[in-house]
Structures are given as structure tokens and as C-alpha cells.
Design a protein around this ligand. Structure first.
Ligand code: BMP
Length: 240
């Protein structure tokens, strides 16, 4: 099993948490507040997913420092760059992110394998990191396009030998469908956003077969983030 994934599973066992924090802060003024928040909730997380808002507003140097602190605490850091370009560009993006400490990257899968995911996959393997691929998305509009081609997205993406897929908590039927499309006895992990503010109840993605729930605003916009993560874990535990 991929080292990054085994670290996530190990952490989850240790803490009973299945939370990956979606860290999407869009101003450098949030830097200290963001660091304090991470410090507070880190014992209740499996990892942190850094979105474009944070990457672009904090800058890679500051993010690298945060990643090193998270690593000391056994947490993985995922770059949600939603990579979706041709191979050489994908590889360049991934190498920069890995150089700055990220353990994993998220890519789209709709570009197909040849000339896009193939190069990215090679880079991820060379660097001994992890790749997660979006099967379909949590927004309503994804049912118009991505849901309809999810078989093709999954079959092309599997050629890249990812560590797992991102699946929408907002459409449980799609989590189940993706699970059915995966090979028997696979070690792929499913990360699911759409929990909390986007409408899916805490723990519901786990109940529907995901391994981890990606949760952002419900935690970082909460007046009591610590209480919120504890509450989420209680809900998730019902499905362990
Ligand atoms: P929130 O819990 O605040 O809604 O955040 C969800 C996170 O997951 C955001 O970082 C968003 O960019 C991401 N995301 C999503 O919401 N739906 C998807 O299909 C894929 C995502 O990466």
C-alpha cells in the first residue's frame, strides 16, 4: 500500500477520525488564525487538504512551514490543485507541490490517461507520493456532465494507478456507483467532500462507503471548531 495512504489509515485508527480538513482561507490576514486553528483541531484530523484559496494567498513558503508542523503530528497534506493539463505541465505542477512538502495531489480524470494522467502518474511514483483523482464532483451541475461519464473517468484513471478517488457526499448514489466500478479487493481510498455546509450530514459519506470526509467551512467557520470536530467524529463513529 502507498505510504501516504497507510499513514492516513494509521492516523484514523489512532484517533477514530475520518476528517480531512478542507483548508480554504483566502487572505494572508488569516495566516495566524489559520495556524492556530490547525493547532487546535490537528489531534482530531487525518490530514489537511489545501485548496487554491490558501495556496494562492499564503504562498508556498508559508505553506511548507505549516506542512512540516502537520507532518510532525502525523498528518498528511494534500494539494487540491485539481490538476487537469497535459503530461509535462501536470508533472511540473506536481513536482513543485511535492518540493514544497505536499504528500499528495488531487487531479481531474476527465483528460484521460495518454498524454495527461500518464505523465502525472510517473511523477507521483518517482517521488513516492500519492495521487487522488476526482471521479465526479459534489456540485449539482456535475450530474449533467461528470456523472454521465463516470465509468470512462474511472477506467482511464485506474490506468494511472491512483491511491484513491474523490467522490461526492451530496450524491450518495455516485459514491456507491464508483465503488462498484473499482476492481475487486482494491486498496483505493475514497475521499468525500460535500459534508456539512454543502448539505450532506456528518458521517453520511462514511455510511455510503467513503473512507474519509473532506470538511471545510463547517469547521473553519465555526465559532467553536474544536466542538465541531468532536461532534463530527461522534457522527462518523456510528458507521465504523
Ligand atoms: P466545504 O466543506 O467548505 O464545502 O469544502 C469542501 C471542499 O472540498 C472545498 O475545498 C472544495 O473545493 C472541495 N471539493 C468540493 O467541495 N467538491 C468536489 O467535488 C471536489 C472538491 O475538491
Amino acid at each position: 500500500m502507498n505510504e501516504v495512504v497507510s499513514k492516513m489509515l494509521h492516523k484514523s485508527k489512532e484517533t477514530s477520525s475520518k476528517i480531512i480538513l478542507a483548508f480554504d482561507l483566502d487572505s494572508i490576514e488569516d495566516y495566524e488564525r489559520g495556524k492556530n486553528l490547525l493547532d487546535l483541531v490537528a489531534p482530531y484530523l487525518v490530514g489537511v487538504k489545501f485548496g487554491y484559496p490558501t495556496i494562492l494567498s499564503f504562498g508556498l513558503e508559508r505553506i511548507k512551514e505549516i506542512i512540516l508542523l502537520l507532518r510532525e503530528r502525523g498528518l498528511v497534506s494534500i494539494a487540491d490543485a485539481k490538476i487537469a493539463d497535459v503530461s509535462h505541465t501536470n508533472s511540473k505542477i506536481a513536482r513543485i507541490l511535492f518540493k514544497n512538502g505536499f504528500d499528495a495531489v488531487i487531479a481531474h480524470g476527465f483528460m484521460g490517461f495518454k498524454g495527461s494522467l500518464d505523465g502525472l502518474s510517473r511523477t507521483v511514483k518517482e517521488e513516492n507520493k500519492a495521487l487522488f483523482i476526482l471521479a465526479t464532483m459534489s456540485n449539482e451541475g456535475a450530474s449533467v456532465i461528470m456523472d454521465k461519464v463516470v465509468e470512462q473517468i474511472i477506467s482511464e484513471s485506474l490506468l494511472a494507478e491512483p491511491s484513491g478517488f474523490v467522490v461526492p457526499a451530496t450524491r450518495p448514489a455516485m459514491i456507491k456507483k464508483v465503488k462498484e466500478l473499482l476492481p475487486m479487493n482494491n486498496e483505493l481510498v475514497l475521499l468525500s467532500p460535500g459534508v456539512g455546509v454543502q448539505g450532506a450530514p456528518y458521517g453520511s459519506a462514511i455510511a455510503n462507503g467513503a473512507h474519509f470526509e473532506i470538511i471545510g467551512r463547517s469547521i473553519y467557520e465555526s465559532s467553536n471548531p474544536l466542538e465541531e470536530v468532536k461532534k463530527i467524529i461522534l457522527e462518523q463513529k456510528k458507521f465504523l
